[in-house]
Design a binder for this molecule. Structure first.
Ligand code: ATP
Ligand code: MG
Length: 572
């Protein structure tokens, strides 16, 4: 391919609109352009990278026995009403009406559509299992689209859904997808971790996320330094201190102390000259089952996913100031668990304290010497907080580290949630009607492009893994005015293309320095330079983008040298 014929509008400066490295570089390399918030044009080179990701995903899904389909982007509201998600999906669902005033949405995901398809086409266990996937543009009206392709509103997703006659078969398919996903991210040349994720009411370990490790990731995960335990922070368990029923009180009954204007954990700790771990914070939540109080040690963070799972609720928000006043008779900052007439759920570390400071349910007052076991009527003690790097691994007891990642894939056992809602039934061997068991498997195809760049870049630009690079080789003639150089460059270009190597010949009338810079910016893994000085030696200069190393390769060996390097990097 000739550089001069492609639309590659590179930029010299970092665009001001971009925060994330991948976003900056994708814009600078002329791979994407923004059309509207979270909506991008893919230019030729950006599309090439996207297609490479797609290809790996498609090959591995096919290898695992899944079949490709293509489902509509526009979906009728009726299906979403049937599943109940029309009401609960919220503003991320882009809704509109057609000319007949029929409600529609632009698909953010396709459980409804695929379940509808399968319920119409499948009647018997003999037609199962089925594993169907598509690679298609989704639209989610994200509250905060950002970081370019990492969190777009319109983005390319691989979404797969499997259908089974038995739960065991669904679980076996889950394992197959787990394996396929590992292969996909390995082939994409990414450093990633598979983490346990919250599986909500399904339970068991049937929800895993695939996280590309990057400092800039929006997701936090806990990973054991010794064993292979890793979980996203929402899910990571805090080990239960050996059946601790709560410490015995150290001293006399609680006492009320005036604390005017002292509200936050920091203020209270400073006022009493104690550390945050010696006080209890009381969070009041509204849920669909009514208000509840959650108790935590002052230095711990609540994990709302754990609280929701414990309570079996889906709607949970912190109570506003007015509600807090109604429920506790005090302003925010002075709520406390003693004498509070609400169900009280205490984190295990909070319940274990011997003596703590809490709000007094009276504005401008706190209680000291509160012993949870003696003074608080706790409904239930449970693990309700977010794990920290100070906690031990729940599997092996060694230390955990907290890492940042970018979620690029998610596999999930759905059970019969959608088949029940949409009445997707089959007749089993005994002629009995049963709900179809389902699983779903997502990959953020366009997000992977950005994640690969977050992991692979330096001050000069992108460093693509061979499998994803827009071209494998950048071929740079030092000067096209030199007839011998030009001829050799064209000859090499033709020979490499004929050998199936993806080569970008920089035939622009630019100084070599400009070409080198752009070649680095585009992240092409191998750069081949020919010019009078290399030709004198019958050679070309090859530079490895990632390793930075430069070697002179004899022209007659160049093809096999490049082929070897490309193969090595694609398979390794
Ligand atoms: P997130 O927590 O990042 O919002 P999600 O849980 O909403 O992700 P899924 O519904 O599981 O994501 O979608 C499958 C995959 O699609 C995700 O693993 C992610 O890689 C990708 N994805 C989700 N939302 C976006 C987005 N706004 N832009 C780009 N990719 C996305
Ligand atoms: Mg999301």
């Amino acid at each position: 391919m000739f550089y001069s014929r492609l639309l590659i509008p590179t930029l010299k400066e970092d665009p001001a609109e971009a925060e994330a490295v991948s976003h900056k570089l994708l814009l600078r390399a002329g791979m994407i352009r923004k059309l509207a918030s979270g909506i991008y044009n893919y230019l030729p080179l950006g599309l090439r990278v996207l297609r490479k990701v797609e290809r790996v995903v498609r090959e591995e899904m096919n290898r695992a026995g899944a079949q490709e389909v293509l489902l509509p982007a526009v979906q009728p509201a009726e299906l979403w009403q049937e599943s109940g998600r029309w009401q609960i999906y919220g503003k991320e669902l882009l809704r509109f009406q057609d000319r007949h005033n029929r409600d529609c949405c632009f698909g953010p995901t396709h459980e409804e559509v695929i379940t509808d398809l399968v319920r119409r086409e499948v009647q018997s266990y003999r037609q199962l299992p089925l594993n169907l996937y598509q690679i298609q543009m989704k639209f989610r009206d994200e509250m905060r689209p950002r970081f370019g392709l990492i969190r777009g509103r319109e983005f390319l997703m691989k979404d797969g859904y499997s259908f089974h006659a038995s739960e065991a078969d669904a679980e076996a398919c889950y394992q197959d997808m787990y394996t396929a996903y590992n292969r996909i991210f390995q082939r994409c040349g990414l450093r990633f971790k598979v983490v346990e994720a919250d599986s909500g009411p399904i339970g068991g370990s049937f929800s895993h996320e695939f996280m590309v490790l990057a400092e800039t990731g929006e997701d936090l995960l806990a990973s054991c330094l010794a064993c292979d335990y890793a979980a996203n922070l929402e899910k990571a368990e805090v080990v239960v201190a050996a059946a601790n029923p709560g410490a015995e009180p150290l001293s006399a009954a609680p006492e009320e102390v005036p604390t005017p204007g002292v509200r936050t954990v920091e203020e209270v700790a400073a006022f009493f000259q104690i550390t945050p771990r010696e006080l209890l914070k009381t969070l009041i939540y509204e849920t669909e089952k009514g208000p509840v109080a959650v108790l935590l040690r002052g230095d711990h963070e609540v994990n709302e996913v754990k609280v929701k799972n414990l309570l079996g609720v889906t709607d949970m928000t912190l109570a506003g100031a007015g509600r807090v006043r109604e429920l506790t008779n005090a302003e925010v900052g002075f709520a406390g668990p003693v004498g509070l007439h609400l169900p009280i759920y205490a984190d295990q570390a909070a319940a274990a304290l011997a003596e703590a400071v809490t709000g007094a349910n009276k504005t401008g007052h706190h209680l000291v010497r509160v012993n949870p076991r003696r003074d608080i009527s706790i409904t239930q003690v449970a693990d309700l907080r977010t794990v920290t790097a100070q906690d031990p691994c729940p599997r092996c007891g060694t230390a955990l580290e907290i890492l940042r990642g970018i979620e690029v894939g998610h596999i999930f056992k759905l059970g019969t949630k959608y088949s029940q809602a949409l009445k997707a039934l089959f007749l089993d061997e005994a002629g009995q009607e049963q709900y179809i068991f389902m699983g779903c498997y997502g990959i953020g195809v366009s997000r992977i492009v950005a994640a690969a760049i977050e992991q692979g870049h330096d001050a000069q630009g992108m460093i693509f893994p061979m499998a994803l690079a827009p071209f494998q080789v950048g071929l740079i003639p030092i000067s096209l005015n030199d007839a011998a150089t030009k001829e050799k460059a064209l000859e090499l270009h033709a020979a490499l293309e004929a050998a199936g190597i993806e080569v970008l010949l920089d035939d622009r009338d630019e100084r070599p320095g400009v070409k080198f810079k752009d070649c680095d910016l585009l992240g092409l893994p191998l750069r081949v330079v020919v010019g009078p000085r290399t030709l004198e030696k019958g050679a070309a200069e090859v530079r490895h983008r990632r390793r930075g190393e430069i070697v002179m390769v004899q022209l007659e060996e160049l093809l096999s040298y490049l082929q070897e390097n490309i193969c090595q990097e694609i398979s390794g």
